[in-house]
Design a protein around this ligand. Structure first.
Ligand SMILES: [Zn+2]
Length: 412
């Protein structure tokens, strides 16, 4: 067993200890000490990092875990030759610890706020590297409720209530009426007591008074299987997050208007303009395709009962050549069209009017056999994406010549 120094003092960041055991963990050194201020990942809170000093060496502690027997395993970066029984000095990364204390203590206040206001218990807590979340056992959660909980939590932070640590027996804990009892039976329970606001069993590192949490900022809420998830950040993280949000909004506002608060209105306006513009563009393209079709058919002679048209477009996309193929085959009952576009991803569209004797799917296979790429289709309509555009004109011209000569036919 490792004596947990943080149980009694979350602000203790330096300590001396004796090495009880060493172990190799994936080419790294693992240390078990008789006492430690390092917090191992547990109860939703992630581990501390820091340093272990031994003689002239100072090695980074990159991970801390809890073993089944209650000992704390410190995993060091690199290898350290160290004897069992030797003395080491531990240093906690203070900034990371402070951040964890702010997030975790903020979580207690927030969870208690949801219970006080709406009787919504917290069923789980997650501390991420960017933000934290709690899952509330509730069917519904409104924006007004989220705002009320945020307000109460921040009031409690500003009241700077003391946060005490107490150790009690199971029986004593039952009588105290804790917000949350631990799932495992232990003879002694560690309680975190936020004066006159919240009392709960917890092994985490906490602030000494709620003012040290700083602010508590609620962000996203989402429906999850067991209730509602509330994402939040506290203390310096909340400031960093708010700054990031503000920078993002300012940059966005700079692109379109002068005030960040006008952004939603501005974006709605852009969306409406884009919708209208898409509609106009669609209409224009259809009219253009209609005109192209008329002109192309007028310039094409009928040969062996078909009007065979080929064309490679370097300035019109797949969408347009599909429209055009549609118009051509609709305008003339004897049209056979082999179209290509080299705009963006090169594309092929082959189509014939219903009743024409060729097989567009087979023709597409033949074209792609020469150009590479994938595609296919039916007898009257086929689409493909050639792997190359080199030789495209030639392939289309040769296929058209084959059709005219009657050597390529499905049913004739
Ligand atoms: Zn806690």
């Amino acid at each position: 067993m490792t004596e947990r120094l943080y149980y009694h003092d979350s602000f203790l960041c330096q300590f001396d200890a004796e090495v009880l055991e060493t172990a190799a963990v994936d080419l790294r050194t693992g240390l078990i000490l008789d006492r430690s201020a390092f917090y191992p990942t547990s109860g939703g809170q992630v581990f501390d990092t820091g340093w272990i000093l031994s003689g002239n060496s100072k090695l980074r502690v990159t991970e801390v875990t809890e073993k089944a027997d209650g000992s704390v395993l410190h995993i060091l970066e690199g290898t350290l030759r160290i004897e069992k029984g030797s003395q080491v000095h531990g240093q906690i990364d203070v900034d990371r610890r402070r951040d964890h204390m702010q997030q975790h203590s903020g979580q207690h206040v927030l969870s208690a706020a949801f219970v006080h206001l709406f009787n919504m218990p917290t069923v789980s807590f997650h501390m991420g590297t960017e933000s934290c979340s709690i899952d509330l056992d509730t069917k519904n959660l409104t924006t007004a409720q989220v705002e009320a909980a945020e307000e109460l939590a921040n009031d409690v932070a500003m009241q700077n209530r003391s946060v005490g640590i107490r150790f009690v027996t199971q029986e004593e804990a039952q009588e105290l009426g804790l917000r949350k009892m631990p799932p495992v039976e232990r003879d002694k329970l560690r309680l975190i007591d936020i004066h006159d606001f919240d009392l709960t069993a917890c092994g985490g590192t906490h602030v000494a008074a709620t003012g040290q949490i700083g602010c508590i900022l609620l962000r996203k809420t989402e429906k999850v299987r067991q209730g509602w998830r509330v994402e939040f950040v506290c203390g310096k993280r909340a400031i960093a997050m708010a700054r990031h949000d503000y920078a993002t909004l300012t940059e966005s506002a700079g692109l379109c208007s002068n005030n960040i608060w006008d952004l939603p209105q501005q974006i709605r306006k852009f969306q409406e303009e884009a919708r209208v513009s898409r509609k106009v563009n669609e209409q224009t393209l259809q009219e253009l395709a209609e005109m192209y079709a008329t002109r192309m058919l007028a310039g094409t002679p009928e040969q062996s009962g078909s009007f065979i048209i080929t064309r490679v477009f370097v300035d019109r996309d797949l969408n347009f050549i599909k429209l055009l193929a549609q118009r051509l085959t609709r305008q003339n009952p004897k049209a056979v069209v082999l179209l290509a576009s080299t705009v963006g991803q090169p594309a092929l569209v082959f189509a014939q009017s219903t009743g024409q004797p060729f097989d567009m799917g087979a023709l597409m296979k033949e074209a792609l056999g020469r150009l590479g790429g994938r595609g296919g289709g039916s007898k009257d309509m086929a689409q493909g994406g050639p792997a190359q555009t080199e030789g495209l004109e030639t392939v289309l011209a040769e296929l058209a010549a084959k059709l005219r000569s009657g050597s390529h036919s499905a049913t004739r």
